[in-house]
Design a protein around this ligand. Sequence first.
Ligand SMILES: Nc1ncnc2c1ncn2[C@@H]1O[C@H](COP(=O)(O)OP(=O)(O)OP(=O)(O)O)[C@@H](O)[C@H]1O
Ligand SMILES: [Mg+2]
Length: 461
Amino acid sequence: MSKTLLALDIGSSSVTAVIAKNDMDLKINILGTGTEDSSGINKGSIVNIEEAANSIRNAISKAKRSTSNQIETTVVSVSGVHTKGIRSIGSVNVTNGIITQKEINQVLQIALYNATMIPEYEVLHVIPISFKVDDSSDIENPLNMNGARLEVSVYISTVKKTALTNIRSALSLSQLEVNTFVLDSYATALSVLDDQQKNFGAIVVNMGDTTTEVLCYKGSSIIFSDFVPVGSNHITTDLSVTLHTPENAAEMLKIKYGNLEKNFINDDLAIKKVKIPRIGDDQSSNEISLDTVKTLIHARVEELLVLIKNKIMQSGIEERIGAGLVITGGMSELKGIKNLASLVFPNMPIKISNPINIKNGYMNFEDATMSTTVGLLFYALQHRPCFELDSNKRIIEHITVKNIAKSQAFDLKEEKMNVVSKETEINKISIAEDNNLLPKLSKKEKGKGLSVFWNKISEWF
Ligand SMILES: Nc1ncnc2c1ncn2[C@@H]1O[C@H](COP(=O)(O)OP(=O)(O)OP(=O)(O)O)[C@@H](O)[C@H]1O
Ligand SMILES: [Mg+2]
């Protein structure tokens, strides 16, 4: 049985902690979960260690409430903002004629040794893009193959040392050591892509709070990763600044009325205007048109999609991608984002994806904000059909179980959880009249688990 694991997703809007371990049959068993608003974390960086440590500590202690298991290993997400990808190659002679894990480890270590590392950066992942055994190229997994020479081409993800040091410092205040770091967007790809998308190659776009990470995954490797320093919080700030309303009211406007479609057919037809509080004067309000809200949101999201497109075009990976764009993260919840993305990327299939919902009694993992957390569990509990070196430069063993994750997909129709599904909650909201004064959101409600969020909203209206 595997060690008890703490998976920690340190996002700009929330920190999520999950304690889990593998059962005897290799299924992920969730033992506890906790989420906390992020503080001291911005644009993927820790900007205040004390505050970040507090958020992390609170998320962990919530997760610990439901389990007495000691945490034996910790896996933590690292934002792509601090990472750079490099390529390298390596080769070894196979002395006994049969390739074992020893030779695979050796060839990966040699590829790492051959790489030109950037000073002040350290290794996060060494992932084989493909192996070659003697004259046979494009081998995905050379284990147990016969041959005299093994070669590999790898993608090495490296990260700024200071970014890791800050995370380590924040965690040490909770008496925890980080065992393994994982690139945020790599974890996300593992949770949202199916086998077909991986085989054909897909670009995963994780639209978060202050950053959008872009990662291209093909076969069983990353082939490109980058980021754009824009996320859903920029929409909130645009609305707040332009409409002179506090950020929490702007966030509320975004979540409740954000829509990128040409018309509001599915929305509350009667509502054309809403009242919003004014900055600096809680007692008075402004009436604004929802068309204005829509226009502001549209402009920001379109600009973000164009920035993503530029990154992809500059990288030249577009031609190697058969399965198109897979969008996830909190901002992917925005209505109409798929259509707008299709206009910006006219020749690519577009899919909005949430992670596989791992069956548990604590938290709904199916929400788009949970993609990285679920991916960390997949990464650490080794449900991947490949070898690679982790952030400790140690080889991760191969487990020959395909699609365990999928067998754990949780059918919401069959089983009811404590968590209320988002759809049900949305349907409960009814708008009394046209001129609704949007109440202020507390920091707690901002960008949080949607069920809690919608519960609060339905109280106000
Ligand atoms: N329906 C929605 N429309 C637009 N934005 C939304 C919606 N629902 C949630 N969000 C936004 O998603 C963001 C949170 O997403 P997520 O949890 O993926 O970010 P994060 O991982 O904390 O941030 P980052 O990746 O930038 O560090 C918040 O800014 C929230 O306002
Ligand atoms: Mg994130």
